[in-house]
Structures are given as C-alpha cells and as structure tokens.
Design a protein around this ligand. Sequence first.
Ligand code: 9Z3
Length: 325
Amino acid sequence: MDLGNALEATRANLNAEIESFFNSAPPLKNSVDISERLEKFIKINELASGNGGGRRVVCVTSGGTTVPLEQRCVRYIDNFSSGHRGATSTEYFVKAGYAVIFLYRRGTCQPYCRSLPDDPLLECFELTDESNIKVHELYSEAVKKAITEHRAAVQEGLLLKLHFTTIFEYLQILRMIALSTSNLGQNAMFYLAAAVSDFYVPWQSMAEHKIQSASGPLNMELAQVPKMLSVLRQDWAPKAFFISFKLETDSKILLQKAVSALEKYKMNMVVANELSSRKEEVVVVTSSEKISVRRNKDRGFEDVENPLVQLLVERHSAYIESSDL
Ligand code: 9Z3
C-alpha cells in the first residue's frame, strides 16, 4: 500500500469510529432547542456589522466532561477543570467584539461571576427587617457589575450559553456548533479549553443499573474516544481558526506534546499549560514560535487570559487578512 492509500485508509477508519461513537451515543434530549438557538445566534451575528462583514464568532469550551459508568448513572469518571479559564476568556472575547458560544460543563464557573463569592445567593443577599431581600453592602458593586455586563452581552446577541455534562453531550453539541458556523468561514474561531476525556465506556456495553459491590473488585475496560479534533478541523469547520489546549502535570513533556498536537490535528495554535502554574503562565505554540504569556499585575494583566485573548485576537485578524488575499 502506498502512503496516499495508507492515509486514506486511516482516515476512513477514523470516520467509521466517529460515526459509530455518534450512532451509539444516547440522543441529546434538547437537540431541537439547541439547534434553534444556535441558528438564531449565528444569523444575528452573520448580519451584524463587523470589520469585513459579519461579526467574529468564537466557540469557547469550558469545564470537564464526565464518563458515566452506568446508564442510570450513579458513578462517573470526571476530567478536572473549574471552568475559570473558559469563563474568564469569554468575558475578554466579548470585550474584544466577538460573539461567544460558551459551551460549558453544568455547575462550573460562569462568565461575569468571577468576583462573586462561592455561594452568591446566600452570601450576597440579606433579609431586611421587613422581610425584603436586599444586596449586602459588601457585594453591591460586584453584583451590579455582573448583572449589567451579563445582560448587555446576552441582549446584544454576544453570548449564547449551552451546557453539557457527559462526553456524549459535549461531542454532539460541539459537532452541531461546528456545522452551524459554516457560513462564517474564517470569522469563526474555536477555543477548546474544556478538559475532554480520552477514554469512555461505550453506551451499549455499559451496565444499565448501579454496579454492585457484592460482586467483588471492579474490572472495567475503557474504549478510546475517537480523535475528533482532526475531523472538527478538516471536515466540520474547515475554514475556522483553531486553538486547542494541552494540559500536563509533568512540565518536561508539556511543550513536546503541544507541538505534536499542533502538527497532528493541524491546529493554528496550541496553548500549553501545566496544572499547578496554569493561572500564572501559558505557552502559546505555533508552527514557528513558542510565546510565553504571563499574568502581570504591573502591566494591568490581572489574569493570564487577558494577554492570551489579546494575542489570539491579533493572530485571528492576521489569519482572516491572509485568507482574503
Ligand atoms: C486546559 O488545559 C485548560 O487550560 C484547563 C483550565 C482545564 C487547565 P480551569 O478550568 O483549568 O481554569 O480550572 N484545557 C484542556 C485540557 C485537555 O483536556 N486537553 C486535552 C489534552 O491535554 C486536549 S483536548 O490532551
């Protein structure tokens, strides 16, 4: 078999694996509602005036996917992510004039809520003597700012929030988003900050009921989640600008893994981060550079997402300009 045929065969295998993943996944409960909201959101932004026609749209994924171990799920495997990166980046993208589709894990950090305490309802509000509810003095500015900015983003058609919990939901919604951006061409960006499981239990081989401990130790084989990044990039949204994230806990292998992801999945940029220092520094890997991006309070960068989003917006502009030539 020559190289061309071998590549063709690998691609056909991957496509078959992906087809089988989607065919056997439990169907999304709210797919009609999601597709209507997506269609409306894209239409508004396609018609909005931006530089060069239409507003830029970024899909920000955020939070970790779960892998259920039982169909009537009691136990699951989880991928770590607080959702802080995705939520914070969403705010900066909106500020930069982007419309954001925020695909997030239910229960994780939300845009415009960063400066609120962990339990906003109980900590930000208090009862007056007349049993009315009022905002606690201490949080009054933060609550006002969160509500105003969030409402403005939604009303101006700049923020659409869609949630997932399982790996099945995440990948089905991501595919719907990617396919819905086809008319946006180079104006679409994917910022894939969600922590996505590499392994899963296929639905048809999953126990229906709660696995019983009386049967002794649990032995379970997990299948590999088909590598969706390459079809996402090449087939579902071939003109979009793609940024994926690489997370490692061993800094010695991080950059090499990021470079391989860049090449293997043909990403435009890969953001490399190490778990313990992820809020201080990331390294943006492109085909010709490794750019360190740091949080720097002295330069007005309260968090690393501020300079990171600035850099990505600049590079996205250059990408759009170079495709116009
Ligand atoms: C990331 O690397 C994100 O930056 C974090 C953000 C999850 C570390 P937090 O939500 O943390 O602010 O607490 N996301 C991607 C992680 C991931 O699963 N990447 C895959 C990999 O490393 C590629 S898609 O193999």
